[in-house]
Design a protein around this ligand. Structure first.
Ligand code: ACO
Length: 332
């Protein structure tokens, strides 16, 4: 069974309610039909009667909950919650209502916050920033976590590296500015994500253009300091760095450049030193190695919300819904 089929099986075992707020896009309905038919999750779609008729016609949506943001009887509850959470930021009932009617991502996050849904998948026709900002503002981070980050679960065909070709790559999506403590937190969250999605022990490589002091620069120190923080705060996590990518992945190079390292040559969780490196790195592997790239999956949020690529197919939405449902199961 492939990675995504295993995830779907997990999702089916304890069905969660996942919101799809992009009723303005036909791929939402194509995906919803598949998800409902396969029994992967319960689905709520946010859209007016006109949007549902225009884009959902011809799809079998039996079992989907349709939320019309203009007539929903729960709307006042969500407006009240929005104001409660954001009054200090200037949100009044009028602003809340307008924002929820204009941007269904806010509506979806408020459904989660009020316990009416377990997770959200969006981004087929919205940018990453616009998809995740409402979640950052309304759902916030898990207790003890300072920063949300985004990983890709990479499935590389015909690959004997990582966990039979499975890797977590992070942060590829969210944080434009890292210091050592933030990088350490991303490493810890990524190790936990690898463990929970792949089921094997994470071996975390903190990547750089230097291996174990081969180059000197503040950028290198930032990574080696982050390694120390993880080693001190989470001695249960197998982590090493700073490591160059070849030293992290190729056993012979790892032995040469970082002899005795528990990670070098065997890494399955790659933590990149910047958003540029992470974002470019996952796309290189996706395009040149023809890898499946599932994500970006957000880690560290109090409830699961996940983004889609705007070039996604309906099947990609199905996969991300399965991942979101499994995250929701893990959060109880
Ligand atoms: N973790 C937790 N909370 C955060 C984070 C974070 N990483 N970043 C921002 N926030 C919170 C802020 O504290 C703030 O909360 P508040 O309003 O309660 O005070 C709220 O989110 C908004 O913060 P801003 O800094 O005003 O948000 P902004 O919209 O400027 O930026 C964002 C946040 C959207 C995540 C931004 O960092 C961003 O655009 N990142 C890059 C996204 C991107 O383009 N990725 C690459 C493409 S993805 C791909 O290729 C698949």
């Amino acid at each position: 069974m492939g990675f995504i089929d295993e995830l779907k099986a997990k999702a089916k075992a304890d069905k969660k309610m996942i919101v799809l707020p992009e009723s303005m896009d036909k791929r939402t309905f194509e995906a919803a039909e598949k998800i409902l038919k396969e029994g992967i999750a319960n689905i709520a779609i946010i859209g007016t009667k006109e949007e549902i008729e225009a884009n959902g016609a011809g799809y079998d949506l039996t079992g989907a909950v349709i939320i019309d943001p203009m007539t929903d009887p729960n709307k006042q509850k969500y407006i009240d919650k929005f104001v409660e959470l954001r009054a200090k930021k200037g949100v009044t009932p009028e602003i809340a209502k307008e924002q929820m009617e204009k941007d269904y991502m806010y509506y979806a996050c408020l459904m989660c916050k009020c316990g009416d849904a377990d997770g959200v998948v969006s981004g087929a026709c919205h940018s990453t920033g616009n998809t995740i900002r409402p979640a950052l503002q309304l759902l916030k981070t898990k207790p003890g976590i300072s920063s949300v980050s985004g990983f890709f679960l990479m499935e590389v065909p015909d690959c004997d590296m990582g966990e039979n070709g499975l890797f977590v790559f992070a942060d590829c999506a969210v944080n434009t500015d890292f210091d050592s403590p933030k990088l350490a937190e991303i490493a810890v969250l990524s190790a936990e994500s690898f463990k929970s999605f792949v089921g094997a022990e994470p071996k975390v490589a903190m990547l750089s253009y230097s291996t174990k002091g081969s180059a000197k620069h503040d950028d290198v120190t930032k990574v080696s300091e982050a390694v120390k923080i993880v080693q001190e705060t989470r001695p249960d996590i197998c982590v090493d760095g700073e490591l160059q990518l070849d030293a992290a992945l190729v056993a012979s190079v790892g032995e040469l450049k970082a002899p005795g390292s528990p990670v070098a040559g065997h890494a399955n969780t790659l933590v990149f030193p910047s958003l540029e490196a992470g974002n470019i790195g996952y796309k290189l592997v996706q395009r040149l190695a023809k890898a499946n790239a599932y994500g970006p999956v957000l880690q560290g949020l109090a409830m699961p919300v996940n983004d889609l690529s705007r070039g996604c197919y309906a099947d990609d939405i199905v996969g991300v819904v399965a991942m979101t449902a499994v995250q929701a199961q893990q959060q109880g």
